[in-house]
Design a protein around this ligand. Structure first.
Ligand code: G1P
Length: 291
């Protein structure tokens, strides 16, 4: 079955970015000139996704507005003959791609957020993308496209992983894999001494609908939340799921430093701004050295 649906859990409070996130969603924080959520949406669309399912909460209207048509703005740009900008605005969502929104009424965890999407996903395999994890792969396919290819080839669920320093295992879901990359065990945020490996889950998943049954039945886990990781731990008892070390650089934009680095690196790569940006940064560093 094709992967045409993607779930974007965007209900989080974004407290790490206060005060920026007091009145606007963290998923709308910009990296260079696009909000974080748009990077994830573009990656999903490039991978063949047609139905975008956002799991939202209060104060997330800006996300809905961002992916909606803005007649006033388009009229204004048209009148002023700003064709390029008009195209930018119109292409945020290509034709044939639909958005649906469902509310997560209580902050009960990532697993619970994914479960809220069940009525919209139905009985088919689907992707989950966490916008906090911005994955850039300028010279190749996006991370989700690579995973979809694996899904077709291996005919099973796929979870993106990357190696992290042992001291950081407590920030991630950690997997133990067999030789064929199938997942043997998965634990949410284990302390380094308890971690089964240093292979960390990055926020991209291709899951089969059986995950919902497990999400409905698991007790609360790490942090008192319903964890997607715990449901996956049950799923792998009956289904093969592989861990996939994608190609690309992942920026942890749920963290201030990671977010700044994403801006820095993507600004350097920007076809219009890049050169000038590098020159300015170099000049600024020189100035600091000579102080
Ligand atoms: C979530 C998942 C975790 C995963 C991480 C990737 O954690 O629960 O398993 O490794 O995303 O970003 P969070 O970062 O929301 O605490």
């Amino acid at each position: 079955m094709e992967i045409t649906k993607a779930v974007f859990p965007v209900a989080g409070l974004g407290t790490r970015f206060l005060p920026a996130t007091k009145a606007s969603p963290k998923e709308m924080l910009t990296v260079v000139d696009k909000p974080l959520i748009q990077y994830a949406v573009e990656e999903a669309i490039a991978a063949g996704v047609k139905d975008l399912i956002f799991v939202t909460s209060v104060h997330k209207r800006a996300i809905e507005d961002h992916f909606d048509k803005n007649f006033e703005l388009e009229y204004n740009l048209e009148q002023k003959q700003k064709r390029e900008l008009l195209e930018v605005v119109r292409n945020i969502l290509p034709k044939g791609v639909n958005c649906a929104y469902v509310r997560q009424r209580e902050a009960l965890g990532l697993g619970h957020a994914v479960l809220c999407a069940k009525p919209l996903v139905g009985n088919e395999p689907f992707a989950v993308l966490l916008a906090d994890d911005l994955i850039s792969n300028p010279t190749g396919d996006g991370a989700l496209s690579q995973m979809v290819a694996q899904y077709y080839y291996q005919k099973c669920g796929v979870i993106a992983v990357q190696n992290v320093p042992k001291k950081d295992t407590g920030s991630y879901g950690i997997v133990k894999t067999r030789q064929d990359e199938s997942i043997e065990a998965i634990v949410e945020k284990p302390k380094p001494e308890k971690a089964p490996s240093t292979k960390a889950v990055v926020g991209r998943y291709i899951l089969t609908p059986e995950i919902f049954t497990h999400l409905e039945n698991i007790p609360t886990g790490a942090g008192g939340e319903i964890q997607l990781t715990d449901a996956i731990a049950r799923l792998i008892k009956t289904q093969r799921l592989i861990a996939y070390p994608f190609e690309g650089v992942r920026y942890d934009c749920g963290d201030k430093l990671g977010f700044l680095m994403a801006n820095f690196e993507l600004a350097k790569q920007d076809p219009i701004l890049g050169e000038k940006f590098i020159q300015r940064v170099k000049a600024s560093m020189e100035k600091d050295k000579n102080r």
